[in-house]
Ligand binder design. Structure first.
Ligand code: AMP
Length: 523
C-alpha cells in the first residue's frame, strides 16, 4: 500500500493544523485507510486494537464532518460509545487535543460523574457526546436526551463491549438512532456476535484491518528475575534493586491483587520513590488524577492491577515490572504491551517465584521463547515444586520455621480465577480469548443496579468475577496478612533486607508505614 501523508487524507485545514500541533508526522496505517473513507460519510468497520492510532482514525474525520452545522439542546450530533469510563475520558481528551481549532461542545456521559453537570452540557447542545452505554441509556430513559439528531455513531472496542455484556444495550441504542447516519465501528477481534452486530447496524461498510502494533518481540526486551524466597518483602527488595539499576523513566508495576498494589505503593513511597497507584477500589476522580499525574510525569512509578490498567493509553512507558507473574498469559501480553509502543524501545521485568512455574511455562509458550533471566536462573528443581511450599536450600534457612501463611502458589487454596481477592477483571481485548462461556445470564433490575465503580459494569451478563456479593474467601475467614511479621526462625539472624516490607524477625514491630492508611490519590 502506498504511504499517504496527512495532507492527502482529505482532512480540513483546521484538523491538519491540529495534527501538526500534536507532533504527528505520518498517519498510522489505520488512519491512512479509515480517514479518507470516513470523511466522505461512509461507514467503516475498523479491525484494530489500542495502540494503532485508531482514536485519531475516527476523531479527525469526525471533526471535519462536524465543522458545518450546529448542535441543538439535548440532541447530540454525534455519539461515541466506549466500554469503560477511562476509555470514554481518553476519547474526550483526543477531542480536546485534535479539536483545538474547533469550537465544538463535547459532553462526556460516564458513571461516577454527577448527572447535573452532564445535563448542563447536554442542554448547551453537544456536537459530540461520548458515553458508556449504561449511562447513556440512563439519561435516555429519564427523558433527558434525544437521539434523533445523531449523524455519526462511533462504537469503540466493540469486542470489549461484548465481553462486558453491553451488546443488548448497544442494540437498544442503535435502534434509537436515525437509520440515515454514518457508523464507524472498531473492534480488535471479530467474534460471531460482533459480526452479527455489524451486519445489523452498518451500511455497506468499508472493512479495514490493520496488523497489531509492533510485536512485543521486536521492541520490548523481556527479562525475568527469579526470587528464591518468594516472600513479599524480598520481592519488593528485588524490585527496588531493579528499578534503581535500570534507567527507568517511568514504569508500571503490575500486581495480581489490588491489596498488594496498595502495600507496594506504601513501600515504594517509604523508600523514596515517586509512586502512585491505580486499582479498582479507587474512586473515579482519584484514578483520573493519578493517571494524569503519571502522564504528566509527576509520578514516575505506577503500581497497578490488570483491571485498572487495561486499555488505558499511557504513552511512553519505559518499563513494565511484573511484581507478580500474571495468572493468565494473555495478561502478560497486555501488561508488557504498555511499553515498547509505537515502535519505541521498552523493557519488562518479571519477578518469578517457585510457585509461578506453570504461569511461566504459559508465558514462554505465548512469547515463543524461553525466559531470559537476569541474576541466577532457577533450576528445574526450583520450579518443579510449584503449588507446594518449597524449602529451598535446607541449609540456608531462608524459609524454614516461618509461619505458614497463604501463598500465591497454593493452588489448592487459591480461589478460582475471578473469585476471592483478585480484582474483578476487565474483559480481554486484542487477541485474547474472551471467557464468555463462564458468564451466567443474569438480568439485574435497572433501578437496583449499583453505581458502576471499577468500569461500566455488565448489565445483562455479569462476569463471574462480579459475583462479588458472595463473601470472598479472604473475608469469610480471617487470615494473616501476608505482610504480618512471621515468627523468627531460631538460630536465624534477623533480616532487615532493606526494609521493603515487614522484615522477618521484627516480631510484633510492624514498620509504621504498613500500619498507616494507604493513600491512593496523589497529593
Ligand atoms: P490509540 O490507538 O488511538 O489508542 O493511539 C495510540 C497512541 O498513538 C496515542 O498516544 C496517540 O496519541 C498516538 N498517535 C495516534 N496517531 C499518531 C500518529 N499519526 N503518529 C504518532 N502517534 C500517534
Amino acid at each position: 500500500m502506498q504511504t499517504l501523508t496527512f495532507a492527502e487524507l482529505g482532512l480540513s485545514a483546521k484538523v491538519q493544523a491540529a495534527v501538526e500541533a500534536a507532533g504527528y508526522t505520518n498517519p498510522t496505517p489505520i488512519q491512512q485507510q479509515a480517514i479518507p473513507v470516513a470523511v466522505t460519510g461512509r461507514d467503516v468497520l475498523g479491525i484494530a486494537q489500542t495502540g494503532t492510532g485508531k482514536t485519531a482514525g475516527f476523531v479527525l474525520p469526525m471533526l471535519c464532518r462536524l465543522e458545518t452545522g450546529r448542535a441543538r439542546a439535548r440532541m447530540p450530533r454525534s455519539l461515541i460509545l466506549a466500554p469503560t469510563r477511562e476509555l470514554a475520558a481518553q476519547v474526550a481528551q483526543s477531542f480536546e487535543k485534535y479539536g483545538t481549532n474547533h469550537r465544538l461542545n463535547v459532553a462526556l456521559l460516564i458513571g461516577g460523574v454527577s448527572f447535573d453537570d452532564q445535563l448542563r452540557k447536554l442542554d448547551r447542545g453537544a456536537d459530540v457526546l461520548i458515553a458508556t452505554p449504561g449511562r447513556l441509556l440512563d439519561h435516555f430513559q429519564r427523558g433527558k436526551i434525544l437521539m434523533t439528531g445523531v449523524e455519526i455513531l462511533v462504537i469503540d472496542e466493540a469486542d470489549r463491549m461484548l465481553d462486558m455484556g453491553f451488546i443488548p444495550d448497544i442494540e437498544k441504542i442503535c435502534k434509537l438512532l436515525p437509520p440515515r447516519r454514518q457508523t464507524l465501528f472498531f473492534s480488535a477481534t471479530m467474534p460471531p456476535e460482533i459480526q452479527r452486530l455489524v451486519a445489523s447496524f452498518l451500511n455497506d461498510p468499508v472493512r479495514i484491518e490493520v496488523a497489531r502494533p509492533a510485536t512485543t518481540a521486536t521492541t520490548i526486551t523481556q527479562k525475568f528475575r527469579f526470587c528464591p524466597s518468594g516472600e513479599d518483602w524480598a520481592k519488593r527488595e528485588v524490585l527496588r534493586d531493579l528499578i534503581r539499576s535500570e534507567n527507568v523513566k517511568n514504569a508500571i508495576i503490575f500486581c495480581n491483587r489490588k491489596r498488594d498494589v496498595a502495600i507496594l505503593l506504601k513501600s515504594l513511597t517509604k523508600h523514596g520513590f515517586n509512586a502512585g497507584a491505580l486499582h479498582g477500589d479507587m474512586d473515579q476522580t482519584s484514578r483520573m488524577a493519578t493517571l494524569d499525574a503519571f502522564r504528566e510525569g509527576k509520578i514516575s512509578l505506577l503500581a497497578a492491577s490488570d483491571v485498572a490498567a487495561r486499555g488505558l493509553d499511557i504513552p511512553d512507558v519505559s518499563h513494565v515490572f511484573n511484581y507478580d507473574v500474571p495468572w493468565a498469559s494473555d495478561d502478560y501480553v497486555h501488561r508488557i504491551g504498555r511499553t515498547g509502543r509505537a515502535g519505541k524501545e521498552g523493557a519488562s521485568f518479571t519477578l518469578v517465584t517457585h510457585e509461578d512455574s506453570k504461569a511461566l511455562r504459559d508465558i514462554e509458550k505465548i512469547i515463543g521463547a524461553p525466559a531470559v533471566w537476569i541474576g541466577e536462573p532457577p533450576t528445574e528443581e526450583d520450579l518443579s515444586f510449584s503449588g507446594k511450599r518449597r524449602r529451598r536450600g535446607a541449609g540456608r534457612g531462608e524459609e524454614r520455621g516461618r509461619g505458614r501463611e497463604p501463598r500465591r502458589g497454593d493452588r489448592d487454596r487459591r480461589p478460582p480465577r475471578g473469585e476471592g481477592e483478585r480484582e474483578r477483571r476487565e474483559p480481554q481485548h486484542a487477541d485474547a480469548q474472551p471467557r464468555r462461556e463462564a458468564r451466567p445470564q443474569q438480568e439485574r433490575p435497572r433501578e437496583r443496579r449499583p453505581e458502576r465503580h471499577e468500569t461500566e459494569q455488565p448489565r445483562e451478563r455479569p462476569r463471574p468475577e462480579q459475583r462479588a456479593e458472595r463473601p470472598r474467601r479472604e473475608e469469610a475467614r480471617p487470615q494473616p496478612r501476608r505482610d504480618e511479621p512471621r515468627p523468627q526462625p531460631r538460630n536465624e539472624p534477623a533480616r532487615t533486607g532493606g526494609g521493603g516490607g515487614a522484615p522477618v524477625g521484627l516480631g510484633d514491630h510492624v514498620p509504621a508505614f504498613l500500619k498507616k492508611a494507604v493513600r491512593l490519590a496523589p497529593r
